[in-house]
Design a protein around this ligand. Structure first.
Ligand code: PMP
Length: 276
């Protein structure tokens, strides 16, 4: 496997991570996952721009431009012959003796490498289940931080309950999933939590909002409660890897008709057509 390390592509065997990399001690860094379909990178601009924003928000300086990183990611895809899957990339603040505060002159450390996976078609056709969980995360969920501990714990709780996703509830409001954004449909209106510090503004979420508007569907970026979630006609979650994933049961309660709804199918088809 070929790996991008800062500005250079190297063989995985030749890449070593320092034990004092702050990513290990503090989760001090940010990341992205970008999708590759049939060898072509998808929504690279949105992911790289969000990556630069996340890094800036936590005061990490990157040693390449947006365009250089995009070119390096494309080269990495070619070098690894990625057909279906994605690229994971992360940057940490760098290496230093362990202490919480940091020195702004540290050299940030980027790694990027391929992930291999395919579209979860069967689940998208059948729909999946979810559970609700308390949203006990920090209040900067807009930053795609490496600190995923609580998300990891709640995804595991979902899996232990044979559910696909854990849906976060904060002050009775549905924010997002552990690794997805959440949409409901009620009386023909699509709704999702507004972009704020309470959620990660998903690239898929943003694409879906555009596709819905362009196709004259009614869509609102508004807060909705857990009761509204459970009483929705349809629920689906979105992400780079899940695309549009229908949710047909939450907390053992059937959603709508208990099957993939028409409005979910419509936006699923619009997204798949857009991806091409
Ligand atoms: N929310 C969270 C917490 C996530 O981790 C993700 C996946 N990275 C998303 C939403 C969906 O974002 P995207 O559509 O950019 O993959």
């Amino acid at each position: 496997m070929k790996v991008l390390v800062n500005n250079t592509i190297e063989s995985r065997e030749n890449v070593a991570i320092d034990i004092e990399d702050r990513g290990y001690q503090f989760g001090d860094g940010v990341y992205e996952v970008v999708r590759v379909y049939e060898g072509e990178v998808y929504e690279l601009d949105g992911h790289v721009e969000r990556f630069f924003r996340s890094a800036q928000e936590i005061d990490i300086t990157l040693s390449y431009t947006v365009n250089e990183l995009k070119e390096n990611i494309k080269a990495l895809i070619a070098e690894n012959n990625v057909v279906d899957g994605g690229i994971y990339f992360q940057v940490t603040r760098g290496v230093s003796p362990r202490k919480h505060s940091y020195d702004r002159t540290l050299a940030s450390h980027l790694i990027a490498y391929p992930l291999y996976f395919t579209r979860p078609k069967e689940k998208q056709l059948s729909g999946v289940t979810a559970i609700t969980v308390d949203d006990l995360r920090w209040l900067r969920c807009d930053i795609k931080s490496l600190n995923l501990l609580y998300n990891v714990m709640m995804k595991q709780k979902a899996q232990d309950n044979k559910a696909f996703e854990g849906i976060f509830v904060r002050d009775d409001v549905i924010t997002e999933g552990t690794s997805t954004n959440v949409f409901i449909v009620k009386d023909g209106v699509y709704k999702t939590h507004p972009a704020s510090n309470m959620i990660l503004n998903g690239i898929t979420r943003q694409r879906i909002l555009s596709l819905l508007s362009e196709n004259n569907f009614t869509v609102e970026e508004v807060k909705f409660t857990k009761a509204e979630l459970l009483a929705a006609d349809e629920v689906f979650i979105t992400s780079t890897t899940s695309e549009v994933m229908p949710i047909i049961e939450i907390d053992n309660q059937i959603i709508g008709q208990g099957q993939v709804g028409d409005k979910t199918k419509q936006i699923y088809n619009l997204l798949i057509n857009y991806i091409g």
